[in-house]
Design a protein around this ligand. Structure first.
Ligand SMILES: Cc1cc2nc3c(=O)[nH]c(=O)nc-3n(C[C@H](O)[C@H](O)[C@H](O)COP(=O)(O)O)c2cc1C
Length: 221
C-alpha cells in the first residue's frame, strides 16, 4: 500500500529567468548605503527558518525523520508548503515511493534529537528508535508524525521540481495538529507557548517575545 511503482505526482523542471538590468540610474544615497553591507558569495540566507523534521514511512513500515530547514509556506488555496530536499537523501526516495510526507515543527526540548536526525541517514539508522521519539499516524494519508513536536502537518505531494542539487517538494497541507500546550487564551496557537525552534546561520535559536500582531501598524490606538 505504501510503495507504488506509479508516480502519484508530476516532476517538473525549473525555468531560470534572466534578471533584467534597469536603465534607471541608482541614486547615490543607495550606493553609499551599500558600503555599510558585508557582501558574501551567493548562499542560503532567507533566515530564520524552522528546523523541521520531515517524516515518511520506509518500505518495512517503520518511520524515518530528516531535519530540514529549507522549508516555507507557499500557497493559501490550496494550503501548501515547499521543502528543499537534496536528491541523495533517503527521504527523497521515501517521498517518491509514498507520494506524501509529514512536517513536524519541534520545540527546543528536543533540539539534540533534531540535530541528530540531520546528521545520519535513515538508510543506515533507525533514527526514531535511536532518539526515542514517538510516532503517531496521520489521519488523511499514510504519514508518520512526531508526538513530541508541537506542530504536525500532513502533506500530499503536489509537484516535485528539480532546482540544481535539491528537489523542491510542493506539499498540499491536508491536516494540521497543534499540541494543546501551545494554544493560548485567545484559542489560537502561540509559537512562544510551543517553544518553537528557529534555525539560521548554522545555529538553533529560541524565540524571545512577540512584538506585534498581524496588521498592528495600522490599528488606530
Ligand atoms: C539543521 C539542519 C538542517 C538541514 N536542512 C536540510 C534541508 O533543508 N534539506 C536537505 O536536503 N537536507 C538538510 N539537512 C541535512 C539532512 O537532514 C541530512 O542529510 C539527513 O541525514 C538526511 O536524512 P535521510 O538520509 O534519512 O533522509 C539539514 C541538516 C541539519 C542538521
Amino acid at each position: 500500500m505504501r510503495s507504488s511503482s506509479k508516480k502519484p505526482f508530476s516532476v517538473n523542471f525549473v525555468l531560470f529567468f534572466r534578471p533584467k538590468r534597469l536603465s534607471i540610474p541608482i541614486p547615490s544615497i543607495f550606493l553609499s548605503d551599500r558600503e555599510m553591507k558585508v557582501e558574501v558569495e551567493p548562499q542560503a540566507a532567507a533566515y530564520p527558518a524552522p528546523a523541521a523534521l520531515v517524516t515518511a514511512f520506509k518500505p518495512d513500515g517503520s518511520a524515518n525523520a530528516m531535519t530540514a530547514a529549507w522549508i516555507a509556506n507557499i500557497c493559501a488555496i490550496p494550503p501548501a508548503l515547499v521543502v528543499g530536499i537534496r536528491d541523495v537523501r533517503y527521504t527523497c526516495e521515501l517521498i517518491d515511493q509514498t507520494g506524501c510526507f509529514g512536517v513536524n515543527i519541534p520545540s527546543s526540548k528536543i533540539a539534540p534529537e533534531i540535530d541528530y536526525c540531520g546528521l545520519v541517514s535513515g538508510r543506515e539508522h533507525d533514527k526514531i528508535k535511536e532518539t526515542g521519539l514517538t510516532i503517531f499516524k496521520g489521519k488523511v494519508v499514510e504519514v508518520p508524525l512526531i508526538e513530541e513536536c508541537p506542530i504536525n502537518i500532513e502533506c500530499r505531494v503536489l509537484q516535485k521540481v528539480k532546482v540544481g542539487s535539491h528537489f523542491a517538494f510542493f506539499g498540499e497541507i491536508l491536516k494540521v495538529y497543534y499540541s494543546e500546550e501551545m494554544i493560548g487564551e485567545d484559542n489560537k496557537p502561540d509559537l512562544l507557548l510551543g517553544d518553537i525552534i528557529a534555525y539560521g546561520t548554522r545555529k538553533y535559536y529560541r524565540l524571545k517575545e512577540a512584538i506585534g500582531t498581524y496588521g498592528f501598524s495600522r490599528k488606530e490606538d
